[in-house]
Design a protein around this ligand. Structure first.
Ligand SMILES: Cc1cc2nc3c(=O)[nH]c(=O)nc-3n(C[C@H](O)[C@H](O)[C@H](O)COP(=O)(O)OP(=O)(O)OC[C@H]3O[C@@H](n4cnc5c(N)ncnc54)[C@H](O)[C@@H]3O)c2cc1C
Ligand code: SF4
Ligand code: SF4
Length: 451
């Protein structure tokens, strides 16, 4: 199991230049599913590893899959124009922000079931229950293979409650566009930055799609984990994949833990720290796919409204907003969606104005706002394939450049199962607890000394 696909269905008859990037340079494929979702001939499908496959007999070489693909040509200027109607790409990790709020779902189950405060689900539920849409496109772990995620159409509040929580793994979300294009219904959706890029390109190519998807909520993304993360984690615990009926990346009490829901109904915690204070950092280091390593959109830059965790801490280093989500309003459409949900009592929100204390924290902005662009620039100079955003590489100090190199070396180590597997086995075991405690203590100290 390595991060780059070895089994991609390389075309023999069809010109790869006419196709989405997976068929030319698979390492650039974000596995967004966009090409599969829009193909008018249904010549593309999703493979077991979530990379697209082609049926060459059905392909007419129309080139649509290439034009909507967010893997390689991801001009931020074009995306900005398609999203906001102008050429002013906002600088900074958070991008264009008109207002910042924190909030939570008014429904208690929805709040408790959310990754943060259930805001994403509440916003989708609000337009569904008022008849503005026929359904919501969301995700779940597959009923047949609960170690993999999939998109699905939620039509009831129960469906939405089941879709809640973050699935920190690659999901070819936009493959569902096939279903959208086959019908006449309207949907609201929430999606990751690369999904949004593909959607914006698809809206340009297929205007009917824009009408059918009037509400698009963006999610922050620090990176999705490889599709084999769950099977591998289960293996370290001696659990067979067939023994689980569901998998939660952040189940239980906020901020949550990775948990396996067993077929016999019991729940198995798979590590000792919570997701934020331990697991997230080492999983992202060991299971980050190649394409995510050069992804520089961490905040859903091209959404109307974008939702993140609310990790702000107080002076003691304790979280200020347990069971809350942070809401970045990017334009009038996003503002209207949020305000309606609050007015109709679906969502409880608080406007934080422009208080800098609520900006995305440094560690997160470093990961995708600095390290990823530096890595991208470095790979480009070495002649390696990289996505083209049309954005200048940020300036960085010597120390920052060296730090990026160290992080990249760790990512490289993570590509090899022989290194990754024992590490993840150790890091999720009881023996790693002292390490996590020391890390938390250092963090706490940092907050106290900053007072
Ligand atoms: C892969 C990934 C990486 C993330 N990285 C960050 C980060 O670095 N920083 C940060 O602040 N926030 C990040 N988030 C967002 C954060 O984890 C929460 O999703 C967000 O705060 C919303 O919480 P909520 O309680 O409002 O949403 P909920 O009510 O829990 O709803 C969550 C929504 O996310 C959708 N979803 C879950 N997994 C996926 C997926 N893989 N692909 C598409 N849709 C999905 C669900 O279908 C649901 O609609 C990430 C989310 C994901 C999925
Ligand atoms: S559209 Fe998405 S799934 Fe298809 S090749 Fe491009 S990045 Fe990969
Ligand atoms: S890091 Fe970028 S490419 Fe990877 S899943 Fe997140 S948005 Fe998509």
């Amino acid at each position: 199991m390595v991060s780059s696909p070895l089994t991609v269905n390389r075309p023999r008859r069809v010109d790869p230049e006419k196709l989405s990037v997976a068929f030319r340079e698979p390492s650039l494929c974000a596995r967004s599913g966009t090409c599969v979702g829009v193909c008018p001939e249904k010549a593309l499908s999703i493979g077991e590893d979530y990379y697209p496959r082609i049926d060459e007999d059905a392909c007419t070489e129309c080139g649509l899959c290439r034009r909507v693909c967010p893997g390689e040509d991801v001009s931020f200027e074009r995306l900005n124009r398609l999203s906001f109607g102008d050429d002013e790409v906002a600088s900074g990790f958070d991008g264009r922000v008109e207002e910042v709020h924190v909030g939570y779902a008014a429904n208690e189950d929805m709040r408790a079931g959310g990754a943060g405060g259930g805001v994403v689900t509440a916003m989708l539920y609000d337009v569904l229950r008022h008849g503005d849409v026929d359904g919501c496109i969301v995700t779940r772990m597959r009923p047949d293979k609960p170690w993999l995620g999939e998109p699905f159409i939620a039509r009831t509040v129960d469906d939405l409650l089941r879709s809640q929580g973050s699935r920190y793994t690659i999901i070819p979300f936009n493959a569902i566009l096939q279903q959208v294009l086959d019908g006449n219904e309207r949907y609201a959706l929430a999606a990751l930055p690369c999904h949004l890029h593909g959607l914006r390109f698809a809206f340009e190519e297929i205007p009917a799609l824009r009408e059918r998807l009037p509400y698009v909520v963006g999610l922050f993304c620090g990176g999705a984990l490889e599709t084999f993360v769950v099977p591998e984690l289960l293996e370290t615990k001696g659990i067979g994949r067939e023994e689980i009926s569901d998998f939660q990346f952040r189940g239980g009490e906020w901020p949550g833990k990775m948990r396996a829901i067993m077929r016999n109904g019991s729940i198995r915690d798979l590590h000792y720290s919570n997701y934020k204070d331990g697991a997230y950092n080492y999983f992202i280091g060991l299971y980050l796919p190649n394409r995510c390593q050069t992804c520089i959109d961490g905040s859903g830059l091209f959404s109307d409204v974008s939702i993140s965790d609310a990790w702000t801490r107080d002076e003691e280093g304790n979280y200020k907003f347990a069971y809350h989500s942070r809401i970045l309003v990017r334009n009038a459409k996003g503002k209207a969606m949020l305000e309606r949900a609050v007015e109709r009592g679906t969502l409880v929100g608080r406007n934080l104005g422009n208080d800098k204390a609520y900006q995305t924290h440094r560690r997160q902005t470093t990961r995708k706002g600095l390290n990823a662009p530096l890595r991208l620039g470095r790979r480009e100079r070495r002649g390696l394939p990289v996505p083209r955003y049309g954005v200048a590489t940020p300036s960085a100090t010597f120390r920052e450049r060296m730090t990026e190199r160290v992080v990249s070396s760790l990512l490289w180590l993570g590509r090899h199962r022989v290194i990754r597997y024992p590490l993840i086995r150790f890091l999720t075991s009881k023996s790693a607890l002292p390490l996590i405690k020391v890390r938390l203590w250092l963090k706490q100290r940092k907050y106290k000394s900053a007072r």
